[in-house]
Design a protein around this ligand. Structure first.
Ligand SMILES: Cc1cc2nc3c(=O)[nH]c(=O)nc-3n(C[C@H](O)[C@H](O)[C@H](O)COP(=O)(O)OP(=O)(O)OC[C@H]3O[C@@H](n4cnc5c(N)ncnc54)[C@H](O)[C@@H]3O)c2cc1C
Length: 503
C-alpha cells in the first residue's frame, strides 16, 4: 500500500466539527490534514444543510451585539431575551430526560459563548434569525427559543467561511478522500487508510480526530440500531454519513456511548427525495405543526402537537410519525393560521390538499379513514377551552379538555375554511449513538482506558443527546468539542499531557 507524507493531526470529515478541530489544531502549531469523503461541491456534511443556527449562552442585547456588531439601531431594538447557563442546562436535562452526560453537558454549555467568539475570530459572521426564531410583538421582533444567532449564509455560508479559514491557516485539504480504516497497533492510532483517486493509501499521523458524522445515511445501520422501519425514513442531509468512523473505532475496541437507538428525526415532506440535496434542502421542512392537528391513516390524532414550542418537540416527532400506519401523517390547518406558515409550505415540492369543508377534506385525503377523521375533528373542535386567546409567540395555554391525546397549546378549531393539509413522513437528521470520550475528547476503549492518538467530535461524540434535542445544539456541540479535540490532538501529538480548557 502506498505511503505518503505524515502529519501531526489527521481530521476525518469535512463538516463543522472537523473544520473547527482542524483550525484549533493549527492554532496549536500542528501540521493538519483534513480528509473529506465528499467531492468539493458537496463538502460540509450535514453542517451544509443547516440554517447555521447556533444555541449559546448570552445575557442580553450586548452579548448579541458583540457577536453581530453590524446590526443597525433598529435591529438592536429587538427583544433578544436572555439565554442563561441555567436555562441551557435545564433545556438539555429536560429534553434528554436527565440522561445527558453531566460533564460533557457542562462543557457544552459553559464554553458555548466562547466558541462562537472563537468562530468569529476565524472569520465566521453571525446574524440574528429574525425570520424564523422570532415573531413580531407590537412591532418588535421577540425571540423565543434560545437559538437566536445563525451564521451568515446559513449552513453553506458557515462551511464556506470555515473552509476559507482552514485554507488560510494552512490546513491541507483533500476531497473525495474516503477514510476506510484506522492504522492501529498496541501503541495506539498512528494514521488512517484512505481511498483517494481510486487508490487506497496509508497516511501516518500522531493523532487522528474522527469527525465524520453518525450513521443516519446508512439504511442498514438505521434498521439495525434504531429499529424496524427506520430503513424507510428519508435522510434530510448528506448521503456520506454512513457510520464509517464509528465502525472503524468500534473495530479497534472503542467504547460506544449515548443513545444508539435514538436519533433526531422530524416531520418531513412525504414524497421527499431519499437523501438531502442542496437544490431541495429548504423545501421539505414542515415545522409549523404546533398550529395544526396531525392525523394518521386511521383518521386519529397521535401526539400533542402543542406540547411545547417547535424547538423542543420537532426532533422527537419524526419517530412518532414513522410509527404510524404506512409511516405518514397529515398536518391540517385552519385558514386563520395559514398566514403563519413558513415559506417552504408554499414551495414547489409540497404534497398539499385544500378543502372548503371538513367533509370535502375527508373525501380528498383518500388514504385516511373518512369517518374517523370527521369524528376526530369534531371532537377536537368541541374540546377547546376558548377563553384563552391564541398567541403564537408564547405557550398560550389554549388547550383541549377531555381528549385522550391533548393539545396543550395553540388549540385552534378547524372551522374556518379553506382548510389546508400537508402530508409528512419521517425525515432523519442525525443519530445520537457515538463514542465514549474523556472530557478532552480522547476516545475511551471498552476497558474505559484512553486510546492513544484517537479523538472525536461532532455527531460521533456520544452521550450528549437522548430521545430529543434542543434545536440548534448540534453546531454548537461541533464547535465546542471540535475546538477541544483539535487542541487535545495537537498537544498529544507533541507528547504533552497538559490538556485543558481552551475557553
Ligand atoms: C436539514 C438539517 C438542518 C439542520 N439544522 C441545524 C441548525 O440550524 N443548527 C444546528 O445546530 N444543527 C442543525 N442540524 C444538525 C447539524 O447538521 C449537525 O448536528 C452537525 O452539522 C454535525 O456536524 P458534524 O461535523 O459532526 O457532521 P457533518 O457536518 O455531517 O460532517 C461529517 C463529515 O464527515 C464526512 N465523512 C463521512 N464519512 C467519511 C469518511 N469515511 N471519510 C471521510 N469523510 C467522511 C462527510 O462527508 C461530512 O463532511 C441540521 C441537520 C440537518 C440535516
Amino acid at each position: 500500500m502506498k505511503q505518503t507524507k505524515s502529519y501531526d493531526v489527521i481530521v476525518v470529515g469535512g463538516g463543522n466539527a472537523a473544520l473547527c478541530a482542524a483550525l484549533s489544531a493549527r492554532e496549536e502549531g500542528a501540521s493538519v490534514l483534513l480528509l473529506e469523503r465528499a467531492p468539493q461541491e458537496e463538502r460540509g456534511g450535514n453542517s451544509s444543510f443547516t440554517e447555521g443556527l447556533m444555541r449559546f449562552v448570552y445575557n442580553g442585547t450586548e452579548d448579541i451585539a458583540a457577536l453581530s456588531p453590524d446590526l443597525t439601531p433598529d435591529e438592536l431594538n429587538s427583544d433578544f431575551g436572555r439565554y442563561t447557563e441555567d436555562k441551557f442546562f435545564d433545556d438539555m436535562a429536560r429534553v434528554t430526560q436527565n440522561r445527558t452526560d453531566p460533564d460533557l453537558c457542562e462543557i457544552l454549555v459553559k464554553q458555548s459563548n466562547a466558541a462562537l467568539h472563537w468562530m468569529r475570530r476565524q472569520g465566521v459572521r453571525f446574524l440574528p434569525q429574525f425570520g424564523r426564531q422570532s415573531f413580531k410583538v407590537d412591532g418588535k421582533f421577540t425571540f423565543w427559543g434560545g437559538a437566536t444567532l445563525a451564521a451568515v449564509g446559513g449552513g453553506r455560508g458557515l462551511v464556506d467561511q470555515l473552509y476559507r479559514a482552514a485554507e488560510k491557516a494552512g490546513v491541507d485539504i483533500r476531497y473525495d478522500a474516503w477514510v476506510r480504516d484506522l492504522v492501529h497497533s498496541d501503541a495506539g492510532v498512528s494514521g488512517v487508510a484512505v481511498k483517494i483517486d481510486d487508490e487506497t493509501q496509508e497516511i501516518a499521523a500522531s493523532s487522528v480526530i474522527l469527525a465524520c458524522g453518525g450513521f443516519e445515511a446508512n439504511a442498514a445501520w438505521r434498521a439495525r440500531h434504531l429499529g424496524p422501519g427506520w430503513d424507510l425514513a428519508k435522510v434530510r442531509g448528506t448521503k456520506y454519513n454512513c457510520g464509517d468512523g464509528l465502525d472503524m473505532a468500534l473495530r479497534i475496541g472503542a467504547q460506544p456511548a449515548g443513545h444508539w437507538s435514538g436519533c433526531h428525526a422530524v416531520g418531513w415532506e412525504r414524497y421527499a427525495d431519499d437523501f438531502g440535496s442542496f437544490e431541495t434542502m429548504d423545501d421539505y421542512e414542515r415545522d409549523n405543526y404546533p398550529f395544526s392537528i396531525m392525523v394518521n391513516a386511521d383518521g386519529k390524532r397521535f401526539l400533542d402537537e402543542g406540547a411545547d414550542i417547535r424547538n423542543y418537540t420537532y426532533a422527537k416527532y419524526g419517530r412518532i410519525i414513522l410509527q404510524q400506519p404506512d409511516q405518514f401523517a397529515w398536518q391540517i390547518f385552519d385558514s386563520s393560521v395559514t398566514h403563519l406558515l413558513r415559506p417552504e409550505y408554499r414551495a414547489r415540492r409540497v404534497t398539499k390538499v385544500v378543502a372548503n369543508s371538513i367533509e370535502e377534506l375527508a373525501d380528498r385525503l383518500q388514504d385516511v379513514n373518512r369517518e374517523a377523521l370527521i369524528e376526530t375533528i369534531n371532537a377536537f373542535n368541541a374540546s377547546i377551552t376558548r377563553d384563552k386567546p391564541f398567541n403564537p409567540n408564547v405557550k398560550d395555554g389554549r388547550r383541549t379538555q377531555g381528549l385522550a391525546i391533548p393539545k396543550s397549546n395553540w388549540a385552534i378549531p378547524l372551522e374556518n375554511p379553506p382548510f389546508e393539509a400537508y402530508a409528512v413522513t419521517c425525515g432523519v437528521t442525525f443519530t445520537f449513538g457515538g463514542l465514549k470520550v474523556a472530557t478532552d475528547t480522547q476516545v475511551l476503549d471498552t476497558s474505559h482506558r484512553p486510546i492513544p492518538g484517537l479523538f472525536t467530535a461532532g455527531e460521533m461524540l456520544g452521550g450528549l443527546f437522548y430521545f430529543n434535542y434542543p434545536g440548534a445544539t448540534g453546531l454548537t456541540s461541533g464547535a465546542v468539542f471540535g475546538r477541544i479535540a483539535g487542541h487535545s490532538a495537537a498537544k498529544s501529538a507533541r507528547g504533552s499531557r497538559q490538556i485543558g480548557n481552551v475557553a
